[in-house]
Ligand binder design. Structure first.
Ligand code: GAF
Length: 375
């Protein structure tokens, strides 16, 4: 009987740069200390079996059948299992490996990353699976390729039309740092955050409003961005600058223009945030975080009342900056708060939720943490 081994990958918080990834733009996420762990036990047969502590269904699939399942028959697979099985499928394609070269495995998942909170529990499952199978099957793929495998699984095996940010953050995360990613070239730069040295904490305020990117608003926003880029005659909104916005306003309807304006100004805010972090430190990025939230609330229209309430209450209680994080339509907001004010901000947000009749939020601080790997 083979001994099990464990790998893990983190969830992420995006500091700034929302919906810019699939527009070939810039993002600045960091991996958090909450991780998804996978215990891998080699099998003697040619079957991949996945089970988890967060779903009763254990699923078994012959490795040779993965190509028949994905993407055409993905609906036959329990939704959570599409992530790890989709990664196994995409990984074998990326490595151009025959499934004959891959022995069967048993994968057992446990997770500390809250599901549906906008902290990328999906990228954490993908990253843990990709790392475990890459090592076990001796595929020798690098981290960027493993991130691309995770994204392909999410797009084609799960059916969520997401970008590459979350998988890159989960694979490349570093302690005390964010990853500044150019989503066109996939060039990643480690950016020191220095929150602790500046006496700052990053508070996550999980509204408890669940969302899914496989349905509805996320895909609609993506389609609006593609329409905006085609009207501007460019491959992606990355190629539109703030100076081009007056022309964009003349060429397109108001809704498409506001979607475009969010992406164009958000890209600029990411660049500004990286510059300000380097020049003045993290206490100086508050206004950029707030401007990002306002843009998502008013132009991109992906916030919900609970997220706005969390952001407004945190700012009123003295947070340096606050914004919703992730794809929107629910999930979590973040607040950058001086250490001594964390409890005040939590109390203020809890009180504001109660006053609005919302279910109490879950709040915790996160620290920039290392990316995927063997435990
Ligand atoms: C989700 C997606 F998965 C990311 O690719 C990104 O688009 C994000 O929403 C919004 O910035 O997390």
């Amino acid at each position: 009987m083979s001994t099990p081994q464990t790998w893990s990958a983190p969830g992420r918080v995006n500091l700034i740069g929302e919906h810019t990834d699939y527009n070939d733009g810039f993002v600045l996420p960091f991996a958090i200390q909450h991780r998804t762990h996978v215990e891998l036990t080699p099998r003697d047969d040619r079957v991949i079996r996945v089970s988890s502590s967060f779903d009763d269904d254990a699923i078994e699939v012959a490795l040779d059948d993965l190509d028949e399942l994905f993407p055409a028959r993905r609906d036959e697979v329990a939704e959570w299992a599409r992530y790890p099985l989709g990664v196994a499928w995409a990984l074998l394609h990326a490595a151009e490996a025959s499934p004959d070269a891959a022995p069967g495995v048993e994968l057992r998942f446990t997770s500390e990353v809250p599901v549906g909170a906008g902290l990328s529990s999906s990228a954490a499952i993908e990253g843990a699976t990709a790392s475990a199978l890459n090592d076990t099957w001796n595929l020798g793929l690098d981290r960027v390729t493993l991130a691309q495998v995770g994204r392909r699984a999410e797009n084609e095996a799960v059916g969520a039309p997401t970008g590459i940010m979350d998988q890159m953050a989960s694979m490349l995360g570093r302690a005390d740092a964010a990853i500044f990613l150019d989503c066109r070239s996939l060039e990643a730069t480690v950016v020191d955050l220095g929150f602790a040295a500046a006496g700052l904490e990053l508070l996550v305020m999980d509204t408890g409003v669940k969302h899914s990117h496989a349905t509805g608003g996320y895909g609609e926003r993506r389609a609006s961005c593609e329409l905006g880029a085609s009207i501007m005659g460019v491959p992606a909104l990355r190629d539109v600058s703030v100076d081009d916005l007056p022309r964009a306003a003349e060429l397109m309807d108001d809704v498409t223009f506001r979607r475009v304006r969010h992406i164009v100004t958000e890209n600029q805010r990411v660049l500004d945030t990286v510059r300000v972090l380097g020049e003045d430190g993290p206490a100086a990025i508050g206004d950029l975080l707030v401007a990002s939230h306002v843009s998502m609330r008013d132009d991109f229209e992906i916030s919900v009342p609970e997220l706005d309430t969390a952001v407004d209450a945190a700012l009123a209680a003295g947070a340096v900056g606050a914004r919703m994080t992730g794809g929107g339509f629910g999930g979590a907001a973040i607040a950058l708060v001086t250490h001594d004010l964390v409890e005040n901000v939590k109390d203020a947000v809890t009180a504001a939720f109660a006053a609005s009749g919302f279910t109490a939020p879950t709040m915790f601080t996160v620290v920039p943490s290392p990316g995927a790997g063997r435990d």
